[in-house]
Ligand binder design. Structure first.
Ligand code: AP5
Length: 231
């Protein structure tokens, strides 16, 4: 039976999306969170909200994000801990863009242990860098609901307007070619070691991220269903 027909289905654990910029983490993480009725926690979205509101954290993060570098662990860890500790995460949550360094991964492991959560599993979206540039330069996101489009492969029905709520679509400032190059380097240097980190823990599930959105989604739901049965 399809997951959508089983509103009682619970995940009861954290899911981590790991993959380079543009690999489809946000696109797929939103779908999984919606299907299981659990929060989608994107550190990128949280940081962009801080930047938009010009909070102290936002003012510190803005120039770093504009350069395509990672925001220091010291700023990100407190932000994510406060979010995971909220009661709506007690039946599971989807992490998109966190952890991104081995320090963040170790911190997350300790935090989940302290709160009695099961160990998370990791959806690793695997794909080469040649497709990523087209995906990122073509991305447009709804200002209202966060729906993600692509002007080349997943265009909205009306240019610049969200199909779902008529919201204005925006192009992220870090989706410029020079910044994308920096972000890809940051991924290779600081985040890709997490692939081996989670593989050694037996938590990693590789999915071919170069396939179409529906194909990746089907594989992701398959992994989630297996993890739910395996508890
Ligand atoms: P963040 O917002 O997390 O960006 P990212 O990791 O670079 O990932 P993206 O959001 O760019 O891509 P995605 O994989 O979600 O792809 P999407 O689904 O949108 O981080 C931004 C910045 O914040 C960082 O650079 C850093 O400065 C800071 N930051 C955030 N978290 C941090 C942390 N933990 N520590 C320190 N700093 C942190 O898809 C992309 C496009 O492709 C879309 O147009 C989509 O429609 C299309 N697409 C998706 N899947 C497919 C498919 N299968 N086929 C064809 N097209 C597809």
């Amino acid at each position: 039976m399809a997951l959508e027909e089983r509103p009682d289905a619970k995940l009861d654990r954290g899911v981590i999306f790991l993959g380079p910029p543009g690999s489809g983490k946000g696109t797929q993480a939103k779908e999984l969170a919606k299907a299981y009725g659990i929060p989608h926690l994107s550190t990128g979205d949280m940081l962009r909200e801080h930047v938009g509101k010009a909070t102290t954290l936002g003012l510190q993060a803005k120039p770093i994000m504009e350069r395509g570098e990672l925001v220091p662990d010291s700023l990100v860890l407190k932000m994510i801990a406060e979010r995971i500790e909220r009661p709506d995460c007690s039946h599971g949550f989807v992490l998109d863009g966190f952890p991104r360094t081995v320090t963040q991964a170790r911190y997350l492991g300790e935090l989940l242990k302290q709160h009695g959560y099961k160990a998370p599993f990791v959806i690793h979206l695997v794909l080469g860098s040649s497709v990523l540039l087209r995906r990122l330069t073509g991305r447009r996101t709804c200002k209202v609901c966060g729906e993600i489009y692509n002007i080349y492969d997943r265009p909205p029905k009306v240019e610049g307007i969200c199909d779902k709520d008529g919201g204005e679509l925006f192009h992220r400032p870090d989706d410029r070619e020079d910044v994308i190059a920096e972000r890809l380097q940051a991924y290779d240097k600081q985040t890709s070691p997490l692939v081996e980190y989670y593989r050694r823990l037996g938590a990693l599930h590789d999915i071919d991220g170069a396939k179409s959105v529906p194909e990746v989604k089907a594989q992701m739901f398959q992994v989630a269903a297996e993890m739910r049965e395996a508890r």
